[in-house]
Design a protein around this ligand. Structure first.
Ligand code: CU
Length: 364
């Protein structure tokens, strides 16, 4: 954990602020070090071995929200909702086929925070889709749940009352759209009440590259920020009353609080890094900032020359907005990335980029 923040007094003030936020997150979430393990893919995430005896499980029992045994069972069975941060490569195809089940499952989104999520393709966030302008995108969704769902692609110019229609339990639905506009866009379930369907996990990122593709860079990452309103009952969907306050308990990058702080993303000093960003909400914005660098280039929403932004310290993304940030890390070191709305960084929207030969801790 970041107790080294108290041992090294000479760091820059910015580093102190970040360290304080990281430490505060550790306090509010009950500590991360013991409970997050090396999981590099959500599909590989198995039941937490030590969950039944973890401080988080004990905390639930002590709070008495539910019978201790029930809480322990829910937590023992819940995989950590971690995901890799690597962006998928573009795969050339005249027709880009999206074929997803819509499901429900119970996952842990922060230490001791076990929730039921509603998913696209059994993932929260849903899979990152990557297409190019002029590709035809054929979408099929199959509803494996007991309530209606739908899918709304912000990258589509299409009549929503026809394409984004509710799909009943047990049914499937197929529609197509032509990618026309390069950019980073949101998709989400649009079934009423939409806030519930997004708060429970039904969202993701679609990247539409310009014709001919984006220039090659050394490393591409995809990061989706989203907020969660955790019920007192482990394994339940979002708490309705909390959701209506708009004040989340947990804010994540890619579905698990501070996962890339516990497992930093390794990059190379000086390599060109491109991050695709999405503020999925349902409510929080993202003030995306990488400590220790400045974005060489950025585009918000549409990837057009007219949208090029140079020299940003922070990108300002309201709920649903996407962006591309390109930058380099000039020195060996450990570079936090956060939403600079620090309350939400404290709630989990924080991670670390670590260069290959970085020494020791964040303070070096
Ligand atoms: Cu839905």
């Amino acid at each position: 954990m970041f107790d080294q923040g108290t041992r090294h007094k000479t760091r820059r003030s910015h580093g102190l602020i970040v360290a304080a936020a990281l430490a505060a997150f550790a306090l509010t979430a009950g500590g991360l070090t013991a409970t997050i393990r090396a999981i590099d893919d959500q599909a590989a995430a198995g039941p937490p071995v030590a969950a039944s005896s973890s401080p988080a499980a004990a905390g639930h029992a002590a709070h008495g929200h539910t019978p201790a045994g029930q809480a322990a069972v829910a937590e023992a069975a819940a995989p950590k909702n971690t995901q890799r941060a690597d962006a998928p490569a573009y795969r050339p195809a005249a027709v880009q086929v999206i074929d997803w089940d819509m499901t429900e499952k119970v996952v842990e989104i922060a230490p001791g925070k076990v929730v039921k999520v509603w998913t696209f393709a059994d993932r929260v966030p849903g899979p990152v889709v990557r297409v190019r302008v002029n590709d035809l995108v054929r979408v099929t969704i199959r509803n494996r749940t007991t309530m209606p769902h739908s899918i709304d692609f912000h990258a589509a110019r299409i009549a929503p009352n026809k394409a984004f229609t509710d799909v009943m339990p047990g049914k499937s639905w197929t529609f197509e759209f032509r990618a026309t506009t390069p950019g980073v866009f949101m998709y989400h379930c649009g079934t009423a009440p939409v806030v519930h369907h997004i708060a429970n996990g039904m969202y993701g990122m679609i990247i539409v590259e310009p014709e001919g593709g984006l220039p090659k860079v050394d490393r591409e990452l995809a990061i989706v920020q989203s907020d969660f309103y955790v019920s007192d009952t482990p394994g339940a969907p979002a708490d309705d009353a909390k959701l209506m306050t708009g004040i989340p308990d947990v804010v994540t990058f890619n579905g698990y609080a501070a996962q890339y702080k516990e497992q930093p993303i390794t990059v190379a000093k000086g390599e060109e890094i491109r991050v695709f960003l999405l503020a999925a909400g349902p409510n929080t914005w993202s003030a995306f900032h990488v400590v220790g660098t400045i974005f060489d280039r950025a585009w918000t929403d549409g990837i057009h020359p007219e949208n090029l932004s140079v020299g940003n310290q922070t990108l300002n993304l309201s709920a649903s907005q996407g962006a591309v940030a390109e930058f380099r890390l000039d020195q060996e070191g450990i570079y936090p990335f956060v939403t600079h709305d620090f309350t939400n960084a404290t709630k989990g929207a924080v991670g670390l980029l670590r260069t290959e030969h970085a020494a020791g801790t964040m303070s070096h």
